[in-house]
Design a protein around this ligand. Structure first.
Ligand SMILES: [Zn+2]
Length: 137
């Protein structure tokens, strides 16, 4: 939870640039304390533009998921599709924020084995927001 230089604008480009640097960053409203993930340029709760960057935890829980069989071109290029589906989902951070992400570490062909609430860990070297299942030791 380190505040960063406020010089980066609160845009999707900044968010993706932070992801490329291995950081998951949210915007925190200095007016009311609300935290937004993905970041917002204006607080939707109190309409303040007085925001700070806040680094989020790499741990999260699975809030919802779906199995993608009909993949977009970029995923088809990676080998995904009807024969090899993948998971997309909504994860919830320890602070309660929810964001969509790729989900790895589960078997998409056995969705009945995947449970909402499962612990996840962010894959920090992925250009897209991706979480992997935490396997219990
Ligand atoms: Zn606010």
């Amino acid at each position: 939870m380190t505040p960063d230089q406020p010089s980066r604008p609160f845009t999707a480009a900044s968010f993706n640039q932070y992801l490329a640097e291995g950081k998951l960053m949210a915007s925190r409203c200095e007016g009311c304390g609300a935290v937004h993930l993905p970041p917002r340029a204006i607080c939707p709760a109190c309409h303040s533009a007085n925001l700070q960057w806040q680094e989020e935890s790499d741990s999260a829980t699975l809030a919802a998921f779906t199995v993608i069989y009909v993949a977009p071109s970029a995923q088809i290029a990676l080998g995904y599709g009807r024969e090899k589906p993948y998971l997309s989902g909504i994860v919830q951070t320890p602070g309660g924020q929810k964001i969509s992400a790729r989900i790895e570490g589960f078997d998409p062909l056995q969705p009945e084995s995947i449970h909402v609430g499962a612990p996840l860990q962010r894959v920090s070297d992925s250009p897209a927001l991706t979480y992997r299942a935490v396997t219990e030791a």
